[in-house]
Every structure is written in C-alpha cells, then in structure tokens.
Design a protein around this ligand. Structure first.
Ligand SMILES: Cc1cc2nc3c(=O)[nH]c(=O)nc-3n(C[C@H](O)[C@H](O)[C@H](O)COP(=O)(O)OP(=O)(O)OC[C@H]3O[C@@H](n4cnc5c(N)ncnc54)[C@H](O)[C@@H]3O)c2cc1C
Ligand code: SF4
Length: 481
C-alpha cells in the first residue's frame, strides 16, 4: 500500500469541529480528536518534498516530514520521539500555533491542494503518546550540583526548565501566579487550550524534580539580586503584561476594561476561583452589547469569550481590513461562525456615556498606498462616523513590557528602547553576568512556539556558561597543583 504523496487523491480534512450552535454555550475545545485512520490518511498527504518549507517556517525547525511519514506508516511511538525531540510541548503547539502563518501556510502542496493538517497531526501524535504512557518526565542521566533559577512559568520558562533538568541541573521556577503556565492558563481561553493540558505538563516537570515556587513575585525584597546569590545562573522569562492604551475621550468611563483583566477573570471563573469582579458583573459580558477594539489574537479570544458568556451582541472594531489584521484568519472564521460581527476599517474616536459607556463612536478609515515595506497605513475618511451601541468595551491593543530594571531593583539590567530586556543574541545573556532572558520579555508580545524555542536556546546557553565555569583553564589548574 502506498503510504505517502496521497494529496492528489485525498482531500484535506481537519478533525471534526463542533457545531457553532453548540460550542457558543461552553468553553470546551472546538475540535474533536482525530480518529486514528483519519490522522493516518491526512499524514499520508505529505509530498515529502526535498526542501520542506513547513520545517523551515516552523520556529522550532520541527522535523515534520519524518513524523508525518511515521504516522502514515502507523509507527506512532517513533513519530512521537521525533516530534518531542525538538518541542517540549507539541500537544500545545499543535492546538494553538497560527499554522496558517507558519508550517501549514508554507506547505508546498498548499498551491493547489490545500496544506497537510500538520498541527492536528502533531496534537494527535502527542495525545496518543500521553494515552499510551510514552511521555516521560525529564530523567537526567546524572545529577549536577549547580542550580538555575527561572523567573516565570510560561512556555519559555517551562521549556528551559525541562531542558535544564534533563541535563541534571537543580531547577527552581518562581512565578507570581498561583498556577503554572503563564498566558497558557490565564490568557488563552479553554476553547483553544483546555487547562488540564497545561496542568499535565506541570505534573510531568514536578515528577521530574523541577521545584516550583508559586505566588512568588520577584520584586522588592525577593529581588533578582537574592536569586543571583542563590543560583549559579538565572533566567528571566516574565513575559509582557502592560496593556497598550488608546488615547480617546471617554476611555476612563465605567465598563471599559482591559483585555487581559477580562480574559483572566473568565479563565479563573472556569477554574473555580472566586472572582468578585466577575460576580459583580463588571467583567461578565452576559446580556451586554460588547465592543472589542483590536485585531490580534487577544481580540479574537475576547470576542469569542463574550459570545460564550451570553452577550446580547458582540462586535470587533479594527482599523485596517481583514487581509491586514494581525490575528489568525482561522480564528476570525471561528468567531464569525459563532456570531461575531467584524467592523473593519473603523477606529474609535470617542467612547460615549455619562458614568458608564453606552456607545463607541468610530471614524471610518481607508488604507493608504503601501510603503516600502508593503504596509498600508489606515487613514481616517474626513467627516465619516459610525456610532455603535456598547455597554461593555474591551480594549485589546497589545502589550508592552513592565519597567523591569525598576521591578527587579536592578538599574544595571540593560533594556532596549522598547523596554524589552536586551540580550547578547549569541549567548542570550543580559547585561548581568549569569542572568539570561527568553520569550516575550525579549521579543515583545509574540507566540508560544517562539517562547518554547527561546527557552530551549536559553537552556543550551546556560549549560554552556555553567560548563565553562566548572572547567578550570589550564593555567589556573597548573597553579593549583
Ligand atoms: C489572550 C492571548 C491569546 C494568545 N493566543 C495565542 C495563540 O493562540 N497562539 C500563540 O502561539 N500565542 C498566543 N498568545 C501569545 C503567547 O501566549 C505568548 O507569546 C507566550 O505565552 C509567551 O510566553 P512567555 O513564557 O514568554 O511569557 P508568559 O506566558 O507571559 O509567562 C510569563 C510568566 O512570568 C510570570 N511573571 C511575570 N513577572 C514576574 C515576576 N516579577 N516574578 C515572578 N513571576 C513573574 C507571569 O506570572 C507568567 O506566569 C496569546 C497571548 C494572549 C495575551
Ligand atoms: S510547532 Fe507550530 S509551527 Fe511548528 S510544526 Fe507544530 S504547529 Fe507547525
């Protein structure tokens, strides 16, 4: 039987998606699991091309053609080994990577036949591996006495912790939250990534000997300096959390809320935590006319959360058009299926209301001629306005870094002009000896898969740094004799 190159005869098929009428009312993931035969069939569509552009455009350089081939041949344990060799959380990336912009968007057969469903197969392989007991905690061949402190239990910190523990280091992860996962838990909603998927990774690292210090904010007395004394190396993986704001009249009105406050409240509610700001109705969209301002992944998560909370209507306002929005097209499609209305080419001019917002006034925009980078600037159309009723406005305009040198009481910690932590890109070390940085706090708001990549790279550099410290230079060794 032919196992590969079946894209000519076999159409692309995603795992079954739950009906919008059903999924509007709950927070469960929207895709079902692949059935084994469908996963095998879909993997067999791979053309095994000479230069695998999917792999080139995967930030982790995943060996996609090999694990597709192994899946098509039914060799799932080997497929999992290959998938896990380059990725510390393939089941998470398989669920939430914007594949249309990364691996699948660059699949060679995309040109006439629709890409291979790479992300779904990656998830399928790893879920099978969990079910079969093939996924093991990090098991170092030998223990090392040196310890590494990691600030931040998001994907960058967790990937680094996994890699360093595998090498035998004593790894301590500090996080200001009460749960492990960072934005995987408190930002990204359940309908994209259910929380037990993240908790399962936490459990594996715990059983592998990683020590977690939760509710442990590194600032003030619990300073970076104290961590540097306690550990031989420190990794900063704190993400970016300061919401960008729009300057428009009415922004201080009641019921105008920041996206992450809104999403965190919803996620905490789903986890069963007490959330007074949700229970009071302030962060609950039920029965409200909701306007979300922004066009990125965070905005998409807000509109789809509002639908599930039972909003009376949900609109998304974005100043560019559909083609030029930063969020994933697949997410827009899901949101439209669930009843969200997109108001393209509309930029808020004022929020209207007395104490509490009751409408958004927006200027209509057009896009200028593309500049040298091909980017078209949104330009207001003079005299054009639209007024949209809204009694809950959620601003989702992106995130900037907090003031890290001040937060860490470390004025000598170098930052870029954007406030992200400056590193040497070869060694990933900051301006402080033995202090490294990775993930969104270095790149600015980015993607989970890039955070995993950075965490892995940082772990390699920390290992090289610690090895160099333990190997005495010949002159020092001779002097000691
Ligand atoms: C709403 C939303 C939806 C998203 N959707 C997607 C998506 O679908 N796909 C995708 O690929 N990416 C998505 N992203 C982006 C992705 O979540 C981030 O790029 C990724 O989580 C960054 O990882 P990180 O480890 O650098 O930081 P984070 O995940 O932010 O983790 C940082 C951790 O550091 C902790 N921390 C911060 N400061 C301190 C301190 N002083 N002391 C102790 N701990 C501290 C925080 O509590 C947090 O746990 C989304 C982001 C948001 C906000
Ligand atoms: S990690 Fe993301 S980009 Fe890479 S193969 Fe998996 S889904 Fe695609």
């Amino acid at each position: 039987m032919q196992h590969l190159l079946r894209f000519v005869a076999l159409d692309k098929a995603m795992p079954d998606k739950r009906d919008p009428a059903e999924r509007r009312h709950d927070f469960r993931e929207i895709y079902q699991e692949f059935a084994a035969d469908r996963a095998r069939d879909q993997a067999s569509r791979c053309s095994q091309c000479g230069i695998p552009y999917c792999q080139v455009h995967c930030p982790l350089g995943n060996n996609i053609p090999d694990w597709l081939m192994l899946t098509a041949e039914g060799r799932l344990a080997e497929a999992y080994e290959v998938a896990a060799a380059t990725n510390n959380m393939p089941e998470i990336c398989g669920r939430i990577c914007p594949q249309d912009r990364l691996c699948e968007g660059n699949c060679v057969i995309e040109k006439g036949f629709s890409s291979v469903t790479i992300g779904s197969v990656e998830k399928y392989i790893t879920e099978t591996a969990f079910a079969e007991g093939w996924v093991k905690p990090p098991q170092p061949a030998r223990e090392r006495a040196q310890s590494v402190g990691i600030i931040g239990a998001g994907p960058a910190g967790l990937a680094a912790a996994d890699q360093l523990r595998r090498r035998g280091y004593q790894v301590h992860v500090y996080d200001r939250y009460d749960r492990v996962g960072g934005l995987l838990v408190y930002g990204i909603p359940n309908f994209k990534l259910e929380k037990q998927v993240v908790a399962r990774r936490h459990q594996l690292l715990l059983s592998g000997g990683v020590v977690f210090h939760l509710n442990a904010e590194i600032s003030g007395a619990a300073s970076l300096a104290a961590l540097r004394r306690r550990h031989e190396a420190v990794l900063i993986a704190t993400g970016v959390y300061k919401p960008r704001e729009i300057a428009c009249p009415g922004i201080g009105l009641g019921n105008v809320v920041a996206a992450l406050d809104y999403l965190t409240a919803s996620n905490r509610k789903g986890l069963g935590d007490p959330v007074p700001a949700f229970d009071s109705g302030r962060l609950d969209a039920a029965g409200k006319h909701v306007a979300v301002i922004g066009g990125g992944d965070t905005a998409m998560d807000c509109v789809r959360t509002a639908v599930r909370q039972g909003a009376a209507s949900v609109r998304c306002l974005y100043r560019r058009d559909r083609k030029n929005m930063p969020g994933s097209q697949r997410e827009v499609h899901h949101a439209e299926e669930e009843g969200v209305e997109f108001v393209w080419l509309a930029a808020p001019e004022a929020l209207i209301g007395d104490d509490v917002v009751r409408a958004v006034r927006a200027a209509r925009m057009h896009l200028s001629v593309a500049d040298a980078d091909g980017r078209q600037a949104p330009v207001p159309i003079a005299g054009s306005h639209v007024e949209l009723a809204a009694d809950l406005v959620i601003t989702a305009l992106g995130f900037d870094p907090e003031d890290m040198p001040r937060l860490f009481d470390a004025p000598e910690l170098g930052v870029t002009r954007w406030g992200t932590i400056a590193i040497d890109f070869g060694s990933m070390m900051t301006s402080l000896d033995g202090v490294f940085a990775a993930g969104d706090i270095v790149r600015g708001a980015s993607l989970v898969v890039w955070a995993v990549r950075d965490g892995r790279d940082a772990a390699e550099q920390i290992h090289a740094y610690l090895e160099a410290k333990t190997v005495q230079p010949p002159a020092a060794a001779a002097a000691a004799e």
